[in-house]
Design a protein around this ligand. Structure first.
Ligand code: EPU
Length: 432
């Protein structure tokens, strides 16, 4: 992979972020493109030869890792950071193999399965491992692909998948899994006949993938709904396109949370309110004033937030990825809030870190009871994953004294210059 433009930060596992309270955040911040969209769009570039341009690409480590993986498969990728574009060339000369060293670093690597199996009828991919917040199986991906006619064999930790030509069928997912929906969708594009995917995930990032596939020549109905119908096309029917990555709703929510917790007044430019409706309703219940504007959202934080109860659910419910932010906000809100996690049972590990800042949180299985404190106090903490890392930064904005966050490489996986963006809003924050 070659790259143009300066990096906004050095890749350093030892990097830390120092944050301290300051004036309420003020100003305008731009929302970058979505991590959980761009990674899947990049994998979709395996599906047709030609020259692709992806715009509004976030400058994040997961894009670098995905680029390494796709380059090892045979795509030629240039990241133009100055124009936020990826230029991707697919010359058709691909290795149908995704090795463990790359697969284990990034969950989205499993998204090469559907495109390669559908187009070439075979692929070998290392089985992805667990995650910082627990086991993350791909049984639904494999079951659905089996229904489409694929055969699987496990050898030395790799999955070998084969299918002369996939055939259309009706698949009902047990649960609206984002990754399974994406893999089945991309595989079904080249299947013979039509495939319906019932109980499909409906996240905006899946809509973004569908829109790119349709522009490439795929035939998909029901985009944005929980029933996707894919009418298969010939394997050479797709073409390369230029596509703009949808705005990142989790990064947008992070800046909303940062503005809200500091009683600030911030325009989150590019935030799409329609992609985060339920979350915004709950933020309003917490006392945050949100005004939709032509180019984004005006956020006005209250003197003190009010506690609420929150339950995470698949889209359009409140996403698990927002939850650490909400827990950070509840830590200083007035009253008691109960947060229930329904997607990843292990995703409360960051609570220990928030407790180091003085947060009063008790967890019991899938639930966390958060008693709002008038004040948090800064301390050294560790970012256990991308979203929890960002939540610790948000909490640090109001914790008396200094909060030093280590393991910042987790945050870099999914946040495009979080520190720089918060600085422009007047936050007292530095990358060490
Ligand atoms: N699951 C299974 N079997 C499967 C697939 C999923 O049991 O075959 C379980 C998972 O273990 C998990 C739940 O179902 O408990 C949700 O998994 P899903 O497949 O919906 O999620 P994913 O595709 O693995 C994406 C995002 C996550 C986000 C989830 C839920 C990407 C690369 N990742 O993961 O994002 O939390 O959807 O919205 O798109 C993040 O960005 O920090 C992140 C973790």
């Amino acid at each position: 992979m070659s790259s143009n433009g300066a990096r906004s930060f050095a890749i350093a596992p030892g990097a830390r972020i120092k944050v301290a309270p300051g004036a309420p955040l003020q100003g305008t911040v731009d929302v970058p493109g979505a991590k959980n969209s761009v990674l899947k769009l990049m994998a979709a570039c395996l599906m047709a030869d030609g020259n692709y341009v992806l715009s509004n690409v976030p400058d994040i480590e997961d894009v670098v890792t995905m680029s390494e993986l796709l380059s090892s498969i045979g795509l030629v990728i240039e990241h133009h950071r100055d124009t936020q574009e990826l230029h991707i060339t697919n010359n058709g000369n691909l290795q149908l193999f995704a090795p463990y060293e790359l697969v284990e670093r990034i969950r989205a690597s499993v998204n090469v399965l559907g495109p390669l199996l559908g187009r070439f009828g075979e692929v070998r991919i290392a089985l992805p491992g667990g995650d910082d917040f627990g086991s993350r199986p791909i049984d639904m991906h494999l079951r659905g692909l089996t229904e489409l006619g694929a055969q699987f064999e496990m050898r030395h930790g790799d999955i070998y998948a084969r299918a002369e030509r996939l055939h259309g069928t009706n698949i009902t997912l047990d649960f609206p899994s984002v990754g399974a929906t994406e893999n089945l969708l991309t595989a079904a594009v080249f299947a013979k006949g039509s495939t319906s995917i019932e109980n499909a995930a409906r996240e905006p990032e899946i809509g973004d993938l569908c829109n790119m596939l349709v522009a490439m020549g795929a035939d998909i109905e029901g985009i944005g709904s929980s029933t996707l119908v894919v009418h298969g096309v010939e394997r050479n029917a797709l073409r390369a396109v230029h596509h703009t990555v949808v705005a990142d709703r989790v990064q947008a929510a992070t800046y909303i949370a940062a503005a809200a917790i500091t009683a600030g007044e911030v325009v989150v430019r590019g935030a799409i309110a329609g992609h985060m409706e339920m979350l915004l309703t709950r933020f309003t219940d917490m006392g945050v004033v949100l005004v939709e504007q032509h180019d984004g959202l005006l956020v006005i934080g209250p003197e003190r937030l009010k506690s609420i109860d929150v339950v995470t659910l698949p889209y359009p419910g409140i996403a698990t990825d927002y939850k650490p932010l909400v827990v950070a906000m509840l830590s200083v809100a007035e009253g008691v809030g109960i947060v229930t996690e329904n997607l990843y049972p292990g995703r409360f590990r960051y609570v220990d870190e928030l407790q180091r800042l003085g947060a009063n949180i008790r967890t019991d299985g899938h639930h966390a009871v958060v008693r709002g404190e008038a004040k948090l106090s800064g301390a050294p903490v560790r970012a256990p994953d991308i979203r929890a890392g960002a939540a610790l930064v948000v909490a640090g904005l109001v914790a008396e004294g200094e909060t030093i966050i280590s393991d910042v490489h987790h945050i870099d996986r999914g946040y495009d210059d979080l520190v720089g963006r918060l600085c422009t809003l007047g936050a007292n924050i530095t990358r060490l």
